[in-house]
Every structure is written in structure tokens, then in C-alpha cells.
Design a protein around this ligand. Structure first.
Ligand code: ADE
Length: 227
């Protein structure tokens, strides 16, 4: 999978070099390129935004600069993800869908967001014909300072689903068993008694069928508590 992220704060993406994601890039399962939007600004101050038509607070990011940054990345078979609190809320199912993509481009807006025409433009039939798909995505119903953290969250959730990225592929298999909105069962490790709290008895015996039943029930209890 190839990932491009466009931002005015490339430093936000340095955690992608760590841990399993760093290793996945070394193994070439994944290639992540971060682009500085300011490099595409042609004015003297390298500014990327302007005042909103119709008035109102804040600034809006210029479609011209976004167009210059995005054009070279809009290759055949690409998912363009525009991060915005007004987008469709990201979840595990969406992560699964994006994990099957060959090229993801994350457009990280700041201020009052990116001029709306950018998403409209890359949705035109000429781009649809090249299998370019535009998605407006939010990671939750709250407003962040910009799309960078949202892109990081999405990249982590999506890339761990790519075969070979996770150290232990069995963890993925267990998650997919719990697909129907179930959260995972509670986990315990040694010691068997910690500060007076004992590990549930069933986990200490070796009855795997009983353990599986207990875990399924616990996962359901947890899911209900979250409703
Ligand atoms: N930008 C600001 N808030 C956001 C959110 N909740 N999700 C995605 N992008 C955002």
C-alpha cells in the first residue's frame, strides 16, 4: 500500500516511523510519504489560506494550493480522504474497506477547512473513470485543531489490517471473530492475584471450550455497557 499525507505540519507524522509501522515500511509492505502543503504555495509568505467568501470567522485553505499538491498524486486507483469533522464517521468497517486500497491520500485541513470545491473537483466523472474516489471522513463527533491527528488514527487502524504488518496475525483473527460490534473480552496476565483482585477462576483451568464461552459472554457484557 502507498500512503501520501498532505499537511502544513509534516512533523505530526513522525510517530509513523515507530514500532510496527516503521517495520512495515522497512519490509516495504507500506510506503508513506508526507508532503508539506506550503511547498505548493506560490506567494511570498508561503500562506495557504484566505478569508471566507460570505464572511465569518477564521480562514479557509486555498483550492489552488491544494490542487497543485493533489494533482500529481491523483493516479489511477486512489482513495482521496479529506479529513473534516463534517465527514462520515470512521469505524472498523471503514478501516477494513480502506485496508484493501492500493493508494490512500490524506488531505489534512486546518483552520476552517479546505475550500469545498477541492472535493467536488476530484469527484468529477473524469476522475471517477480513473478509479479516483473522494471520501470526507471524521474520526468522531468532536472538533480537532486539524486533520493530522485524525489521519494518524486512520493510518494506524487501517495499516494494521494489511497482511504482514502485525507482529502477531492471530490477534487479527480473534478480532474478526468479534466482528459484529463486539468488543474484546477482558485480558489478564500474572500475577493471579494483584492487590486483592483475583483473575477469574475459569482462565486458570485449561478448559478451552469453557474459556471461549466465558470470553464470548464477557465481550457481550462489555458491548452492552458501552451502549
Ligand atoms: N478535523 C477537525 N476535526 C476533525 C475530526 N473530528 N475528524 C477529522 N478531521 C477533523
Amino acid at each position: 500500500m502507498k500512503i501520501d499525507a498532505i499537511t502544513i505540519f509534516p512533523e505530526y507524522f513522525s510517530p509513523l516511523q515507530l514500532s510496527l509501522l516503521g517495520k512495515a515500511q522497512e519490509k516495504e509492505l507500506l510506503s508513506i510519504t508526507v508532503h508539506n502543503l506550503r511547498d505548493f504555495s506560490t506567494n511570498n509568505h508561503h500562506s495557504v489560506d484566505d478569508t471566507p467568501y460570505g464572511g465569518g470567522a477564521g480562514m479557509v485553505m486555498s483550492p489552488e494550493i491544494w490542487g497543485s499538491a493533489l494533482d500529481p498524486l491523483m493516479l489511477e486507483d486512489t482513495d482521496l480522504i479529506i479529513l473534516t469533522p463534517a465527514g462520515k464517521v470512521f469505524d472498523q468497517q471503514m478501516a477494513q474497506e480502506f485496508a484493501g486500497s492500493s493508494h490512500l491520500v490524506f488531505a489534512c485541513g486546518r483552520y476552517e477547512g479546505i475550500d469545498y470545491r477541492v472535493g467536488e473537483y476530484y469527484s468529477h466523472p473524469q476522475f471517477v473513470a480513473q478509479s479516483i474516489r473522494v471520501h470526507e471522513v471524521s474520526i468522531g463527533n468532536y472538533v480537532l485543531g486539524g486533520g493530522e491527528v485524525a489521519a494518524l488514527v486512520m493510518i494506524e487502524a487501517i495499516t494494521r489490517l494489511i497482511p504482514g504488518v502485525l507482529g502477531n496475525p492471530e490477534s487479527l483473527a480473534e478480532e474478526s471473530h468479534n466482528e459484529e460490534g463486539f468488543l474484546e473480552y477482558p485480558n489478564y496476565t500474572k500475577p493471579a492475584n494483584w492487590r486483592g483482585i483475583a483473575v477469574p477462576e475459569v482462565l486458570l483451568g485449561g478448559n478451552h471450550a469453557l474459556i471461549a464461552t466465558w470470553r464470548a459472554a464477557q465481550a457481550q457484557v462489555r458491548a452492552q455497557k458501552c451502549d
